[in-house]
Design a protein around this ligand. Sequence first.
Ligand code: RB5
Length: 144
Amino acid sequence: LGCDHGGYELMQEVKAYLDKQGLEYQDFGCYSNEAVDYPVYARKVGHAIQNGTCDKGILICGTGIGVSIAANKVPGAYAALVNNVYQAQRAQLSNHANIITMGSQVIGIELAKQLVKEYLSVEWDPNCRSVAKVQRIIDFENEE
Ligand code: RB5
């Protein structure tokens, strides 16, 4: 998990939800409402994915956009901004995203918890039609 000051309050709600579900997580900050720079926390979560410390990531900032852009700069991190249930499911099913990002200024607490639930409830099918497209993203990344 990672957030900036804009996402801090919502992240506490997400943490409470994960606790209730008995799901393990690591919190890479930030740890208060004090203003911070979102790329720092997005990068920490990206690195946790990259080095295998974590399987999946959740990032929250004001819009969800900044943390998404920043996390996607870490090779191996594939972050998807999700605003609705369909996107939360497809982020995994179509895109094999290993991070979802959300905007605290965009969605409410209950929807955020539902998006986390939906994202975590679906599994990537390694034989699905999206595999070749996702592989092209990885190939392009390796060529950069
Ligand atoms: C605040 O720094 C705000 O810009 C941030 O939370 C986020 O919305 C950026 O994309």
